[in-house]
Write a protein that binds this ligand. Sequence first.
Ligand code: FAD
Length: 379
Amino acid sequence: MEFGFTSEQEMLRKSAREFAEAEIRPRVRDMDETGKVPMDILDKMAKLGFMGVMIPREYGGLEMGHIARTIVLEEIGRVSAAMANTLQITHLGISPIVTDGTEDQKRRWLPMLARGEKLSTFAVTEPTGGSDVLGIQTTAKREGDEYVINGRKCFISNSHLAGVLGILAKTGEGPKGLTTFVVQSDSPGFRPGREENKFGLRGANTGELILENCRVPKENVLGKEGDGLRIALGTISNVGRPGINAAALGTIRSCLEEAVRYSKQRVLYGKPISELQAVQWNLTDIYMDYEASRLLTYYSAWLRDKGERCDAENAMAKFCATEAAVRCAKKTIDIFGAYGCMMEFAPQRLLRDAELFISGAGTSEIMRLVMIRKVLTLA
Ligand SMILES: Cc1cc2nc3c(=O)[nH]c(=O)nc-3n(C[C@H](O)[C@H](O)[C@H](O)COP(=O)(O)OP(=O)(O)OC[C@H]3O[C@@H](n4cnc5c(N)ncnc54)[C@H](O)[C@@H]3O)c2cc1C
């Protein structure tokens, strides 16, 4: 067994950490207050290659794989969960073009996505409920050499920013009746709708997509007509969940550092509260949650880099890391006392951000449903 990182991966972590501290940290408060996405930071992330961390080199990416992606997202997420979310969702939109795109599709979209000229996303969720993928209502009807898409997506990350979007629509009935399309935001009939005002991940954009007689060429189908469910579920499992897991890991790391630092500074009864045993227990609990989530998150990324199927492992890591992020943020607030409830201090933001990781890419109940398929094969 090998638990270490390569020197290349360590260098990537160092550069992601330095970037997050220098460029993102000074802007976090403003993002939280205004909810605005700092586009200039995204441009700088693209220049470092973070958008294309998993895009093959021949299409302009770094081709460093899932562990490398996890490292970047953990480090960005340690400083800003919102920026990590924007980045990981762009990876989510890119991934099905890499896995299922034709050579033409790859040449058309991947280089511009790697350069950060366009952001991306993958849109499945509709008002009929994100957990019920087969219940979506958006339709795509073939008319000559085009498809005409009609429907409405909700709670979509990067809804108002993405230029190249993966859209799941119905082309028939049942599991084989779904198809994934690449839709460009300048397509006729496409527009972002309402922009959500969230209590967490502020500074990351979430909102509706409206498709009204949106016309896309038949060349924009990913894979074949009817491949949509496979592509959507694979993308969400292999890229969506791990992306959130890595960002949540960053949040837990941030809780750990905030809680340790504060408890060593805050003096009660003539000594730092880090010497009170009850506070120490909370600190060790946060530390355990960090290490357990870290092991599961990097383990599933390692499996993915080896090309192994790891739906249950991704789901387990998602359940553990996101639930732990909420738990650790709450403990950090408790350690801070009243200061933890004040907007000037980070813990309340960490809790608000962590809560939004729970439903993205499937709720904790859905993670249990994914895991049970493997669990029942174990004896
Ligand atoms: C910040 C954020 C970003 C997001 N970004 C995207 C995005 O980019 N693209 C995208 O497509 N979607 C996105 N989503 C939507 C997300 O995928 C959905 O919120 C999620 O799938 C849950 O769907 P829902 O919110 O409609 O809840 P519902 O599906 O309505 O579920 C409601 C409740 O019922 C429970 N439930 C549902 N089914 C079962 C079951 N079988 N057994 C037990 N309990 C069940 C759920 O766990 C939940 O508690 C995002 C969400 C958030 C919060």
